[in-house]
Design a protein around this ligand. Structure first.
Ligand code: G6D
Length: 341
């Protein structure tokens, strides 16, 4: 039986190291080199496990049952209406007040080939848990390869028709956690469209609009600060970026979604996924009130979350990708973070 504070480490022969805890499967550090062989911890968070257990709760965590927002916490499946917890303005966010991000996941080492080291994280979410229907069995594999790829592979099955959208919530700062903001980081996203938000409902309106010509245009690599510091209406609503991008040519296969790079350290990060969307979040709610790694305050825009997912509020938007999972089906989701320089 795992306990919340159990710590697990994946390390490859290049010295790349991913550390996580059983609580929320929270990734507490990722250490990667640059071209000069200098290592940095590139996920923001805390210096100790005790702080991680008492802290924010979403840093590096597995989120569910439905990551991101559901308007009013309401949805229907098979003619049955459900009311979920409201824990974020008028909406349901990341599974509500008792999200998977703070559950104790059962962790075991799993057999892997020579070029890959892996752990399996399991969670049994009973029927009615978080007010969602169906008993949900979830397994997540964390796997680190010799090519400096960190795989997150999710599968889940249900006993009743339900909805599901799992994600991982690490915030990256390629210069190193605690060294400032990600304004100078460059971002490129393979997305020609995004789902705009409304200030009134505090999440997506249901539209999908082109990024071309807007502050959300990351089709070519661009400094994140250019967008965060702009007067764009969508940016002003959330004091940065907190938007779902519609990944081009979605067909359920694994493909490159985004590339983040830091000109100062020379490190880069490629995100691959088989999901239709990626939530890009600049950590705009951090207000320096918490002390993070290196004893530094966790400041606004300290890190960038790149959460592969189905779209926000998909259960209420028929034209968005389907988030329904039925008995006998298997939810599958792969996200790969590849570290380079
Ligand atoms: C998600 O998009 C959301 C943010 O708005 C939220 O603050 C964060 O999770 C905790 O990325």
């Amino acid at each position: 039986m795992s306990i919340a504070s159990d710590v697990f480490t994946l390390k490859n022969s290049n010295g790349v190291e991913v550390t996580f805890i059983a609580s929320g499967g929270q990734i507490t550090s990722i250490k990667v080199p640059n071209a000069a062989g200098e290592f940095a911890d590139i996920v923001i968070g805390y210096d100790t496990v005790e702080q991680a257990l008492a802290g924010d709760g979403y840093f590096g965590a597995l989120c569910g049952r439905y990551a991101n927002r559901i308007v009013g916490g309401q949805f229907s499946v098979d003619g049955q209406d459900y009311q979920l917890d409201i824990n974020n303005g008028p909406n349901h966010l990341h599974g509500g007040i008792d999200g998977f991000n703070s559950r104790i996941w059962e962790v075991e080492s799993v057999a892997s080939d020579n070029s890959s080291k892996a752990y399996k994280l399991s969670l049994l979410s009973p029927d009615g848990d978080q007010k969602y229907p169906g008993e949900l069995r979830i397994e997540v594999i964390y796997r680190l390869t010799e090519d400096n790829e960190f795989f997150i592979e999710y599968i889940a099955e249900t006993t009743k028709t339900t909805i599901i959208n799992l994600t991982s919530h690490a915030y990256f700062n390629l210069k190193g956690a605690g060294t400032g903001t990600i304004e100078n980081h460059k971002l490129q996203i393979n997305a020609s469209g995004f789902t705009p938000i409304s200030g009134e409902i505090e999440t997506v309106t249901g539209e999908i609009i082109p990024v071309a010509g807007s502050a959300m245009d990351f089709s070519s690599s661009k400094a994140i600060g250019t967008t965060c510091n702009s007067n764009d209406e969508q940016v002003k609503l959330v004091d940065g970026i907190d938007h779902n991008f519609v990944i081009d040519d979605y067909d359920g296969s694994l493909r490159l979604a985004a590339v983040l790079s830091d000109p100062v350290s020379g490190r880069n990060l490629k995100v691959f996924t088989d999901q239709p969307g990626i939530q890009i979040y600049t950590g705009s709610h951090f207000d320096s009130s918490e002390t993070g790694k290196l004893g530094a305050p966790i400041i606004k825009w300290a890190g960038l979350a790149m959460e592969t997912q189905i779209f926000p509020d998909s259960p209420n938007k028929e034209h968005f990708p389907n988030a329904v999972l039925r008995p006998g089906e298997t939810y599958k989701h792969t996200c790969v973070y590849q570290f380079g320089y």
